[in-house]
Design a protein around this ligand. Structure first.
Ligand code: HEC
Length: 241
């Protein structure tokens, strides 16, 4: 029995594999864009850094979540004066009476457009004192609930993606050892990346592993897709079909 390779795939199988890889690639680009759009802004410096990851998963424990957001990604939505009012309100004990007088109008004008219970950012609801109060606690990073939600979605999604991509990649003509290593690496990377989200809560050093895991995953994705597409369409084969 000859083993299944691209050289004995029908054109329709190759078209199916190719469409799948291309759409997956676009999905991967969007996911990367989302990371740069959200996580990379955490430390108010451009680019994705270890600091961004530490703030996301460990928190900036010298301040509150609201301050972290206002000096990070949400900074564009407040003027320096408004920022000062909110920060002094927090440092003066975040009292309800001052909230209604000074803070509520700022949030209504600048934030509630996105952060309301019906909007796309409903989990950061800034429409009342009791809701805002939740973000005026020491910033200990992403909550366990949010981590559980994010971990299970990513574990299911990424393992399915890399299993299916790996099945296609195994149709390439590469040395068995290269294939064996290449199909395992993304799964190790998923484990390292997502495991380190959790460990970064407790120790900063794991933020490096989050970056390394993510980078390994992206490299595996690029390698497997490129090799598959290249060998599927451009490699000369002995058998014609
Ligand atoms: C254009 C829509 C939009 C506006 C306006 C907006 N935000 Fe956000 N906000 C977002 C999105 C998207 C996120 C999630 C991504 C992120 O954390 O950067 C977010 C996240 C947050 C978070 C949570 C950060 C975390 O670590 O969980 C806080 C707190 C926050 N915003 C506060 C504010 C405040 C205060 C304002 C007004 C000064 C504001 N936002 C204005 C879209 C918006």
């Amino acid at each position: 029995m000859t083993e299944k390779r691209f050289s004995n795939c029908s054109v329709s199988e190759k078209l199916l594999h190719t469409s799948f890889i291309l759409i997956l690639g676009i999905g991967y680009l969007f996911a990367t864009f989302l990371i740069f759009y959200t996580v990379s802004k955490k430390d108010a410096k451009p680019g994705l850094s270890v600091e961004d990851i530490i703030i996301k998963y460990h928190g900036n424990r010298s301040g509150t979540k609201l301050e972290a957001a206002l000096t990070g990604g949400m900074n564009a939505y407040v003027s320096p004066e408004e920022l000062l009012s909110i920060v002094s309100w927090i440092h003066l004990g975040a009292k309800e009476s001052d909230f209604n007088k000074e803070i509520e109008p700022i949030l209504s004008a600048n934030c509630v457009g996105c952060h309301n219970p019906d909007g796309f950012m409903a989990y950061v609801n800034l429409t009342s004192y009791s809701n805002v109060k939740k973000f005026v606690k020491v910033d200990t990073g992403q909550s366990i609930g949010a981590l559980v939600r994010s971990s299970h979605i990513h574990l299911f999604g990424l393992s399915i993606i890399f299993y299916l991509l790996g099945r296609i990649f195994l149709l390439t003509e590469l040395p068995p050892l290269v294939k064996r290593i290449a199909v395992i690496i993304p799964f190790v990377a998923i484990f390292v990346d997502i495991g380190s989200w959790w460990f970064t809560r407790y120790a900063h050093v794991f933020a490096y592993l989050v970056l390394i895991g993510g980078a390994l995953m992206a490299l595996s994705f690029a390698f497997q897709s490129f090799m598959s597409l290249y060998q599927m369409w451009f490699m000369k084969t002995k058998t014609k079909n």
